[in-house]
Write a protein that binds this ligand. Structure first.
Ligand code: NI
Length: 254
């Protein structure tokens, strides 16, 4: 059974069939999902989905692109949400330097730092979004001195991956690893022990080949598992089982 450790089922792309789709996923072999929040509304929406579906868990946090919406009430909200039995992580949080019109870097850095400290105080793992901000992300993660974290949709170098793994952190991989131009991330998978890898779709984005460009959902996880199985020289079944165990351990699910 698959564990999709990162999927945005609160996204409007699922407005037409969200309930049908989520209810059917266990029959398709997907028995665990973590739905991260990207701000106030989507964190609340993630919790609502987690309350509705036994196989869905929520993470709460402010995405770097929503960093300028963070305020003092946000911190109070995170403290409240974290008491919920199905809130299992802080995320997704991090840095995104891709967009010129996004929140200022200083704002992103401050909000990321604050949420890392919050996660430590709450004893919750963090889900990190790092887009074109590798050096700053690594520096903040290091200085936070927090051992429970994952770089989601990892896009850095193999060298940086080694440093992240030394901190006790995990890496998770999306359909990007099935793309033709994915050579760099395949090198990362080669140096990453299977015990530190988690699977994710980042639905509705990043659908793997052969469904690239379409709306993504958790039933596409087998394509991602297959690439990892090929690199590691083991069966896809073993990849699915071990990455699921990793996720259960990482998010401390019972
Ligand atoms: Ni995401």
């Amino acid at each position: 059974m698959y564990f999709d450790t990162h999927a945005h089922y609160d996204d409007e792309a699922f407005d037409v069939d969200r309930d049908e789709l989520l209810a059917a996923l266990p029959e398709k072999g997907v028995s665990l999902i973590v739905n991260p929040g990207c701000g106030y509304e989507s964190s609340l929406a993630a919790i609502r989905l987690a309350e509705k579906y036994p196989h869905v868990y929520a993470a709460v946090g402010w995405h770097p692109q929503d960093a300028d919406k963070w305020n003092e009430q946000s911190e109070t909200a995170v403290w409240e949400w974290a008491k919920h039995e199905k809130v299992v992580a802080i995320g997704e949080i991090g840095l995104d330097y891709h967009y010129d019109d996004g929140p200022a870097r200083e704002t992103q850095l401050a909000v990321f730092r604050t949420q890392l400290e919050l996660a430590k105080d709450l004893n919750l793992p963090v889900i990190v979004h790092d887009r074109e901000a590798h050096a700053d992300c690594l520096e903040l993660v290091r200085s936070a001195n927090w051992t429970r974290g994952v770089f989601h949709c990892y896009s850095g170098s193999a060298e940086m991956a080694r440093e992240i793994l030394e901190l006790g952190w995990y890496l998770s991989f999306t359909g990007v690893i099935t793309f033709k131009n994915a050579r760099k991330v395949l090198d990362v998978i080669r140096v990453t022990p299977l015990e530190r890898i988690m699977l994710e779709t980042d639905s509705p984005y990043l659908a793997p080949v052969p469904n690239r460009g379409k709306r993504n959902d958790s039933s596409n996880l087998p394509y991602i598992a297959q690439v990892i199985a090929d690199i590691k020289g083991i069966s896809p079944e073993d990849v699915v089982r071990i990455t699921r165990e990793n996720g259960v351990r990482f998010f401390n699910l019972h």
